[in-house]
Design a protein around this ligand. Structure first.
Ligand code: FAD
Length: 309
C-alpha cells in the first residue's frame, strides 16, 4: 500500500524524537498493508524507521536469550541451530520453530517482519507473542523521556490489537529466561484451515519437573497464564480455566467462533496436562473422561459441536 500521508521517514531508535502522527516502522508488513489511517484518529505523518538500529538480533548467555525487537522471523527460526545454543540443555528451544511455523506467512512476512512488530501488533494469533509469553519473556520498553521499564510479555498485550505501550514508547527487546528455556514443554495449536491463522495456541512448561505453567493464546483476546505448583488434577485444571477465562475473553473472528475456541482450549489444555504429567517420552496420552467435554456455556455450542449438530 502506498502510504501517501507520510511526509518523512526518519531513521532513529530514539523515543525522544517521537511526536504525534508518528509510528515506529519495523518490517512494515502491517503498516504497509493496513495503511496510514488504521493507527489512530489521524493519519500517520512520519515513520520512525528501526531498519538501521543495528541491534544484535539474538544474544545468548547463561541467563537466557535476549531477542532484539528488530530480530526477523527468519533469524529467529535459525536460533535452535545456532552455535550459541548448541550443547545447552534448553528443551524449550523446540518451541521456537513450532511458533514460527504457526506464522502461516508469505515469503515477505517471513523475511521482513520482526519479533517487536509481531508483539506490538498484538493480534491474538501473534505467534511470537505466544512464544515469548509461553516462555515467561520480559519486554524492555524505552520511553520518550529517556527512561525504560520492563513488562512480562504475557501482560504486554491487553486485548485484541491493544497493548500497554504509551505513545512514543519503543519495544527494545524481549528476554527469555534460562529457567523457562530449561523446562520441559508441550505445544498445541489448532486452526480451522490447513494453512490458516491460529485459532487456539497453548504452551505448557514444566519447570523443575513439578510446577506447571500453561499459557493460552490465540483462543483469547490476550494471553492468559495459569500457574500451578504441581501438575494439577484434570478437574483442577478445568476449574482454573473456568476462573481465568470468562466467556467474553474468548476471541471472535473469522478464524474461529468463541465456543469452538473455548472447547479446544479445554481439550488442548488437558492434552498438555496429561503429556507433562506422564514421564518424558511416554507413549500415548490419557485424556481424563471427567474433563472432556467441558460443560457448554449458556447459549453456546460446545455440546452441539460434539454431537455433530
Ligand atoms: C500474509 C500475512 C499473514 C499474516 N499472518 C499473521 C499471523 O498469523 N499472526 C500475526 O500476528 N500477524 C500476521 N500478519 C500480520 C503481520 O505481518 C505480523 O504481525 C508481523 O509480525 C508484524 O511485524 P512487522 O515487523 O512487519 O511490523 P510493522 O508493520 O513494522 O509494525 C506493526 C505495528 O507495530 C509497531 N511497532 C513495530 N515495532 C515496534 C517496536 N519495536 N516498538 C513499538 N512499536 C513497534 C508499528 O508502529 C506498527 O503499529 C500477517 C500479515 C500478512 C501480510
Amino acid at each position: 500500500m502506498d502510504m501517501n500521508t507520510i511526509e518523512a521517514v526518519v531513521r532513529t531508535t530514539d523515543p525522544g524524537q517521537w511526536r504525534d502522527g508518528d509510528a515506529w516502522l519495523a518490517g512494515g508488513t502491517v503498516l504497509f498493508s493496513y495503511g496510514s489511517y488504521a493507527f489512530g484518529p489521524q493519519p500517520l505523518k512520519r515513520l520512525l524507521d528501526l531498519g538501521a538500529a543495528g541491534w544484535t538480533p539474538m544474544t545468548v548467555t547463561d541467563d537466557g536469550i535476549e531477542l532484539a525487537a528488530t530480530c526477523t522471523i527468519t533469524e529467529l527460526y535459525g536460533l535452535p541451530a545456532a552455535p550459541e545454543t548448541s550443547g545447552r540443555a534448553w528443551p524449550a528451544l523446540d518451541l521456537v520453530r513450532a511458533c514460527c511455523d504457526s506464522f502461516v506467512a508469505s515469503f515477505k512476512v517471513w523475511n521482513m517482519s520482526t519479533v517487536g512488530g509481531n508483539i506490538c501488533t498484538s493480534l491474538p494469533a501473534g505467534p511470537i507473542t505466544s512464544l515469548c509469553a509461553g516462555l515467561d519473556g520480559t519486554a524492555t520498553i524505552l520511553a520518550p523521556g529517556g527512561g525504560s521499564r520492563t513488562v512480562p510479555v504475557a501482560d504486554f498485550i491487553t486485548g485484541d490489537a491493544r497493548n500497554c505501550l504509551a505513545p512514543g514508547e519503543l519495544l527494545r527487546s524481549v528476554h527469555l529466561p534460562a529457567s523457562a528455556l530449561s523446562a520441559r514443554v508441550a505445544f498445541r495449536r489448532l486452526s480451522l484451515s490447513n494453512l490458516g491463522r491460529s485459532g487456539v495456541l497453548l504452551i505448557g512448561t514444566l519447570d523443575g519437573g513439578t510446577s506447571l505453567v500453561l499459557t493460552v493464546t490465540a483462543a483469547t483476546k490476550r494471553p492468559v497464564q495459569l500457574r500451578f505448583d504441581d501438575v494439577p488434577a484434570a478437574h483442577h485444571l478445568a476449574a482454573a480455566l473456568d476462573a481465568a477465562i470468562p466467556a467474553a475473553l474468548y476471541h471472535d473472528d473469522i478464524h474461529g467462533l468463541p465456543a469452538w475456541r473455548r472447547d479446544m482450549t479445554y481439550l488442548l489444555a488437558e492434552e498438555i496436562r496429561a503429556e507433562l504429567a506422564a514421564p518424558e517420552g511416554a507413549p500415548g496420552l490419557q485424556i481424563s473422561g471427567d474433563f472432556w467435554p467441558p460443560h457448554a456455556l449458556p447459549g453456546q455450542a460446545g455440546d452441539a459441536l460434539l454431537k455433530g449438530a
